[in-house]
Structures are given as structure tokens and as C-alpha cells.
Design a protein around this ligand. Sequence first.
Ligand SMILES: Cc1ncc(COP(=O)(O)O)c(C=O)c1O
Length: 304
Amino acid sequence: MTKKLQPPVQQINDELFTKQGIELHIKREDLLHPTISGNKWRKLKYNIIEALEHNYGTILTFGGAYSNHIAATAAAGEQFNFKTIGIIRGDELKEGDNHTLCFAKKMGMKLVFVSRDEYNIKTEAAYLESLKRRFGKFYLVPEGGANMEGITGCVEILYDVEDKFTHICCACGTGTTLVGLIVSAKKDEQVLGFPALKGGKFLEKNIKTMVREYTGLTKNHTFQLIIDYHFGGYAKYNKELIDFIKSFKKKHKIPLDFIYTGKMLYGIHDLARKGYFPRGSRILAIHTGGLQGNNSVQELRNLE
Ligand SMILES: Cc1ncc(COP(=O)(O)O)c(C=O)c1O
């Protein structure tokens, strides 16, 4: 588990970038592990170590019906031999409803479907106590792996990147991964987050809070959220996005998911087309994995 992992950084050869004197590179975190891939492994690593060190036999976490985090936590439970419980948003759902839920179940996760109202109180102490009474002792990983252990893992994404870039780009959900990048980016590297959901202002505030909590400093680290590429919200997509993902795979042999990395790379291409990146820019985009999500879109199945 402590083995040093070094996913490759691949340069993308595309006229769009070369003509403008820009370089685009992708850090292939998606290649870290077949089922606990990308930022999922980074966010779970120190949580799993903590759970194992304190002899927790069970990890309980939260997620939506298509959550990569749920799939990865279930796979980690199977791999490292602990029980997993997934509290899933939506009491109308059933175990066999989609690929993510079927996979999590197959990995041995106990799936508990709750109403949206119940899901919304998931961080309240009284609710967590009621879960302990119901399921016994468990190690809690918050939705999306958004805790200090999660950030600690994400700080390691840039550890083995010796090259210097002008821009570090990453897709955002909770912003945990971006925080890891913000606090570990080199001097003058600009960190750009591409939210996959609406609500950039709220996310910006959360990211600033997490950075302060993690670093213990009140000083603001700089970053920018590019809020124009959520395609209508979480897991929303259109034909343009799907066509982009398919053509990117064909040209560069790199699969992207439609919820996170597809939107970020679409955004980077669009910004480049609009002249956002100055000549001489060297962009590093983090491929955060999440490819299992493509199984819920007919046209993207088997893209891997
Ligand atoms: C593939 C992928 N990329 C990016 C993200 C966003 O990560 P974060 O919640 O740390 O912002 C997620 C969700 O957690 C994800 O599954």
C-alpha cells in the first residue's frame, strides 16, 4: 500500500495547441488502479490507513446513485478486506438500478437507500449517532472522500511531477482534489478548477475553508474556478460533449468520463480556442479517473 505510484504524464499533440505555442499534458491518474482509480485512490488512501490502524472493520460512506466514490470505496473494501456500507441518496432506487450500484453490491457493499431529506442531514451528529446504533462501530468517510485524509492523499498527485507548468487543471465536485493541488502546486503555477456541478460561488467558499483548515494558515492560496463547463449540472451532458469525448479517445487514445474529466478537457480546448492561455503556456490536466460512470451512457460504454 505504501508502494510509490507514478502514473505517466502524456503530452497531447493537437494543432489547436501547437499553433498557439501552448503545450497540453495529462497526468494519467486514471491508470493508478483498475477499480480504485484516479483521485478516488488518492482520497481513500489515508482514510483506509487510518481505518486499518484503528481496527475498524467497517467503512461507512455516502454518495449518489452514480457515485465514483461509492464504487471505489466498495472496491477498496473488497481489496483490503473490510466491510463497506454505502448510504445512497434516493429511496426510490434499488440495488440493480445501474452499473455503479450493481458493481458496489458485487464488491460486497451494503447499500442503504435513504430519502433526500435524510441524505441532507448526513453530517449532523445526531444522525451519525443513529447510524452507529443501527450498524455498529464504523469508520466514517464523508461524501466524496472530502476530509483532511482525502486532501493529504491528493497532495501526493503532484509529488512525482518534476516539470514546471503554468497551469494545473482539475475537475471539481467537492473541491477536495483541487485543495490538494492548490497546496502542493509550485510557485507561479496557476491552479484552475472546472466544477462539474452548478454553484461555483458556494464551492469557492468551501475550497477556501478547506485550504485554511488544511494549512492552518489564514493566508489565501490562489486558484480560479472556471464555471462555464458544467453542461447543465451534475451528470448532465449533450451531444457535443459526447462527440468530444469520442473524438478525444480516437485521436489521443485516452478515455474520458462524461461527468468530470470530459467536461474539464472540453473546457481546456474551448478556452484555448478563445485565446485564454498565453503563448508559452504549459498546461497540466489531471485525469482523475471515474471511467466506470460511462457505463450509464449508451454511447460511451466500452470506451475504455
Ligand atoms: C473522476 C472524478 N474527477 C473529479 C472529481 C472531483 O473530485 P472532488 O470531489 O475532490 O472535487 C470526482 C468526484 O469526486 C471524480 O469522481
